[in-house]
Design a protein around this ligand. Structure first.
Ligand code: OGA
Ligand code: MN
Length: 276
């Protein structure tokens, strides 16, 4: 793209105005194509979210009480769902995350080097949000999350944030491991200025036999005060990504695994990508 622009400029400078205009319209056409391509990939990812009865995972017959989740999200800006990961899905997920760590795929988090250890002591990897590109344990988790978010979108209480008028896309996914040396993540908001378009954060934990003495709770600062959520196996926590839900990870004294997924406003994502 850049070289075409430079070529157009040099043709104009050389007085070849006709060619210049032709190249400029070619550039405009390419830009439109790029925007359309981005939009359609967002539409594809949005259409995967199918509103339907949401189950507690394939091995369970009980239904989510989606209305209760919506009410809790509205009132408390967060909600904890236990046994979200199916009983038969937990071990493969744990194994998969462990193998990501032992293969060296997880790297120190993103904050700049000096600050890093104090602010955020986890190891992490961004992974593709394309369910089809995932290993089966992550794919299964993404499908359950999609069903939940799709069903929440039908709930009037949270319609302003998650309803159909707001085109949401599953945009980012991260695997994290706090190595257990007292690593923590200081208080923060996931998208403080709304610049990343993040709307909802969902985090699934994969830590069998977690005990309070291991620390590592997610502390959410919500309307009722500070609320500590232990990173128990098969548990999902969801909260707003904006300033309604500041949170931190308290020092973890045992290996602590989590998978985080962000749902974002598709228009904000497209606008951010187009300005890059
Ligand atoms: C994050 C985060 C919380 C957790 O990665 O932004 O806040 O419980 N994680 O892992
Ligand atoms: Mn966070």
């Amino acid at each position: 793209m850049h070289s075409i622009t430079a070529e157009a400029d040099s043709l104009r400078d050389a007085g070849m105005v006709g060619h210049h205009q032709e190249l400029v319209s070619q550039i405009e056409h390419l830009r439109e194509q790029r925007a359309e391509c981005l939009q359609s990939s967002i539409r594809r990812s949005a259409s995967r979210i199918k509103p339907s009865a949401v189950r507690l995972g394939p091995s369970s017959s009980s239904l989510w009480d989606v209305a209760a989740v919506a009410a809790e999200l509205k009132r408390e800006h967060c909600c904890v769902i236990d046994d979200f990961v199916g009983a038969d899905e937990a071990a493969p997920l744990r194994e998969h995350l462990g193998s990501m760590r032992s293969s060296g795929a997880l790297k120190p988090g993103e904050v700049s080097a000096g600050l890093q250890q104090q602010r955020r002591g986890d190891l992490m990897a961004w992974v593709s949000t394309e369910a089809g590109a995932q290993a089966p344990p992550l794919r299964a988790l993404l499908h359950s999350i999609d069903r939940l978010v799709g069903a929440l979108g039908q709930q009037p209480l949270v319609a302003d944030d998650l309803g159909p008028q707001r085109m949401l896309c599953r945009h980012e996914m991260q695997v994290t491991c706090y190595p257990g040396n007292g690593a923590r993540y200081v208080k923060h908001v996931d998208d403080p200025h709304g610049s990343r378009g993040r709307v909802l954060t969902l985090i699934a934990y994969s830590n069998p036999r977690w005990e309070p003495g291991h620390g590592g709770a997610l502390r959410l600062h919500v309307p009722s005060g500070a609320r500590d959520v232990e990173p128990r196996d098969r548990r999902l926590v969801l909260f707003w990504s904006d300033a309604r839900a500041p949170h931190e990870v308290l020092p973890a004294h045992r290996e602590r695994y989590a998978v985080s997924v962000w749902f974002s406003d598709a228009q904000a994502v497209a606008a951010g990508a187009a300005s890059k």
